[in-house]
Design a protein around this ligand. Structure first.
Ligand SMILES: [Zn+2]
Length: 174
């Protein structure tokens, strides 16, 4: 997708994800519910949007859809949060950027770069210039939110989007 698509994707996730992490109706009053929701949006929105825009910086240097479109970069973002306590939640924007590029656009991305330059794509994608691109972006955003909801509300109640489990795993290795 193009920058506008990733901006739409990141912004919708930054607003949508808090409805999963802080569901309405789980507190004593409506005011408390709304206040928590606003705080969650303030927490998630900037880092997710930043993460969503970050991979396409490789249009300016390196190889587009390769240099900043790979799983090692995603791992670095996750490790940063856990090792240095910054860039938390940026991984969400990066991961969903990859999903949008792989599922939504005709050209895939090199997930295993620099080990392999092969681009992984999905046959349902549309051209980023297509009139269907925005609709595709919104549909994939809904899919991403559904996956997050499945994780955080069904499979792993109170799923930790800061991925503290990674920190514990690294602690176990050291
Ligand atoms: Zn991209």
């Amino acid at each position: 997708m193009n920058k506008k698509g990733h901006l739409i994707n990141g912004a919708l996730l930054g607003i949508g994800l808090p409805f999963i992490t802080a569901p309405l109706g789980d507190q004593a009053s409506v005011q408390a519910d709304l206040l928590t929701l606003v705080i969650e949006i303030a927490k998630f929105f900037p880092p997710i949007v930043l993460g969503a825009l970050l991979p396409d910086i490789d249009t300016e240097f390196g190889k587009h859809r390769k240099t900043l479109h790979n799983l090692p970069l995603l791992a670095v973002a996750i490790l940063y949060a856990n090792q240095f306590g910054n860039l938390e939640y940026v991984w969400i924007g990066i991961a969903t950027h990859y999903v949008l590029d792989v599922l939504g656009s005709k050209r895939g991305i090199a997930l295993f770069y620099p080990l392999s330059s092969n681009e992984t794509g999905f046959p349902i994608g549309v051209k980023t210039s297509s009139k269907w691109a925005n609709l595709m972006t919104v549909a994939i955003t809904a899919f991403e939110l559904a996956v997050f909801a499945l994780f955080a509300l069904v499979l792993f109640p109170n799923f930790d989007f800061q991925l503290s489990a990674v920190e514990q795993a690294i602690g176990g290795i050291q």
